[in-house]
Design a protein around this ligand. Structure first.
Ligand code: ME8
Length: 518
């Protein structure tokens, strides 16, 4: 049997600014997905990286007073460091200034030219550097001072007139609509899909795909006066990283990508332009583009000018890495917008993690330590209640997997917590502390059922909280090589008599520093 493959990507982030919570969010969501799939036996490729060309980056480099290459080297490093700091399991980190990428972009360009989908013309219209996007008049809004901004993003636009190569996007309208029709889950969530379909139904104009006004980019093959439009350059990263223009090797192994994870701001580029470029070049489009929602900070839009950007490193130093990972993926239905607040974070840390999951583990493991000779106890005959809990634990992986496959991460975690709650209710019902004197054999069975349930919970919690789940598996003496989902079967159940280390808390409560001082 061949190993199933899974290819997941984050957007490549612009290096014009420091990473913030929004970037961390997308990357963490992909990391959770990649880890889940790896534990589920998939051969996974997880890609992230930085988008280093274009006007926006060139302008920021100029403002910083250094040449663009040195500037991008510096800022790209911050994104790479952040991925490491967040324990991301990415297999590659792509930079669009790398030689492999230039080769790939120029090869894709050549294919588009050969297909007759690129022609030379002249662009006269509006351009927003912040979005690196062209806008039509109808997509703009006039401000009181007479200037125009893009309705969708609020980005300022300027009038641009220059020679330009165009991609015949207008010719792709019907084929794109047929593609969406044949692949109903290509764009998720559904509401976003509907928006894209109506946009394409509204008609498509040819897309300007080169710029002459700047030189910070990849030259158009055969015409050095032009650099490739930064979005055509950027989108191509997803195939560069699997070896394009070589279409054997990793390309054959991983392409088409299973999911391009993006924020809703950049859906159109991924769901309209990208499949059109690929189909025109005779390449397969990705299987899915998932557009997640937008984070605000204490109900305010996050922006540099408001000075309320959230530094993910500070966030992690304050609350803990696994806590932040859990919060971001649990607090908001994935796809919806979300609001970051200190109160909501503390509520999740102290409620879900410390009280529900942490206490469960601590209670069970301490009772075993005190009353079962510090070993996994030997179970007797099982009751219906015992079996119900073990069945709920055994069924969790399939339920989580179904949610993960449609990127419903919050739902996957809800399935996990249903088992946590069921286990807590079971402890209260069975009251093993009372059985200690009245029926020690029964106490051992109950504690065994709980330990085995904890083993399932910890294995399944690894994708979202790798460190804490790993420590819980250490406390259950589960060997490193017995932690993947294949080990969720009865054949890998905890063996009675297995010595367990001294239990310690895995999920500390968050105490406000002021409260502690008081
Ligand atoms: O758009 N909430 O790069 P970018 C949630 N280089 N997610 C957020 C967010 C927020 N407040 N802010 C940013 C680009 N993001 C292009 C992409 S891909 C071929 C090229 C996340 O640095 C979200 O994933 O502006 C969004 O799509 C991405 O960062 C934009 O990153």
């Amino acid at each position: 049997m061949t190993t199933p493959r899974y290819y997941v990507t984050t957007p490549i982030y612009y290096v014009n600014a420091q990473p913030h919570i929004g970037h961390a969010y997308t990357t963490l969501a992909c990391d959770m997905l990649a880890r889940f799939k790896r534990l589920d036996g998939f051969d996974v490729k997880f890609l992230t990286g930085t988008d280093e060309h274009g006007q926006k980056v060139a302008t920021s480099a100029r403002a910083a007073g250094i040449d663009p290459q040195r500037f991008t080297d510096r800022v790209s490093r911050n994104f790479r460091d952040l991925a490491e700091f967040m324990a991301c399991s990415n297999d590659d980190f792509i930079r669009t200034t790398e030689a492999r990428h230039k080769t790939s972009v120029q090869a894709l360009w050549a294919r588009l030219v050969d297909a007759g989908d690129i022609y030379l013309g002249a662009y006269a219209g509006w351009y927003a550097t912040r979005d690196e996007a062209f806008y039509t008049e109808s997509e703009l809004e006039k401000r009181p001072d007479g200037t125009y901004v893009a309705k969708a993003s609020g980005a300022e636009v300027e009038w641009v007139e220059e020679p330009s190569y165009f991609f015949r996007l207008s010719a792709w309208q019907d084929r794109l609509l047929a593609f969406y029709e044949a692949n109903p889950d290509f764009i998720l969530p559904k509401t976003r899909r509907n928006e894209v379909v109506s946009f394409v139904q509204g008609g498509l104009q040819d897309l300007s795909v080169s710029r002459t006004a700047l030189d910070w980019g990849i030259s158009v093959p055969g015409d050095d006066a032009h650099v490739v439009y930064v979005w055509l350059d950027a989108l191509t990263n997803y195939i560069t990283a699997v070896g394009f223009p070589d279409t054997d090797g990793d390309y054959a192994r991983y392409w088409p990508a299973d999911v391009h994870m993006v924020g809703k701001d950049i859906l159109r580029f991924h769901a309209v332009y990208w499949p059109a470029f690929l189909m025109a070049a005779g390449l397969r489009p990705p299987r899915r583009v998932f557009a997640h929602g937008w984070w605000t900070n204490e109900s305010q839009k996050i922006s540099k000018s408001l000075g309320n950007t959230i530094d993910p490193i500070k966030l992690i130093e304050t609350y803990g890495l696994d806590q932040v990972r859990y919060f971001l993926l649990r607090e908001v239905p994935f796809g919806n917008d979300g609001d970051f607040s200190h109160a909501a974070m503390v509520h999740r840390i102290n409620g879900d993690l410390a009280n529900d999951f942490g206490n469960l583990a601590q209670r069970v493991l301490s009772m075993i330590h005190k009353n079962c000779d510090k070993m996994v106890p030997s179970p007797g005959a099982m009751t219906e209640d015992d079996r119900a809990l073990l069945d709920a634990a055994a069924g969790a992986k399939a339920r989580m997997g179904a949610a993960i496959d449609v990127q419903a991460f919050h739902e996957a975690l809800e399935h996990l917590w249903n088992v946590v709650r069921a286990a807590n209710a079971y402890v209260d019902r069975q009251a093993p502390w009372a059985l200690r004197k009245t029926d020690p054999d029964r106490m051992r069975t109950v504690l065994y059922v709980l330990a085995e349930t904890l083993r399932h919970l910890a294995i399944l919690a690894q994708p979202v909280m790798p460190d804490s789940a790993g420590r819980m598996l250490d406390l259950l003496a589960v060997a490193e090589d017995s932690r993947d989902f294949a080990c969720l079967d009865a054949g890998h159940a905890l063996c009675a008599g297995l010595p367990l280390p001294k239990p310690e808390g895995v999920f500390p409560r968050y105490v406000d520093p002021e409260a502690e001082d008081a």
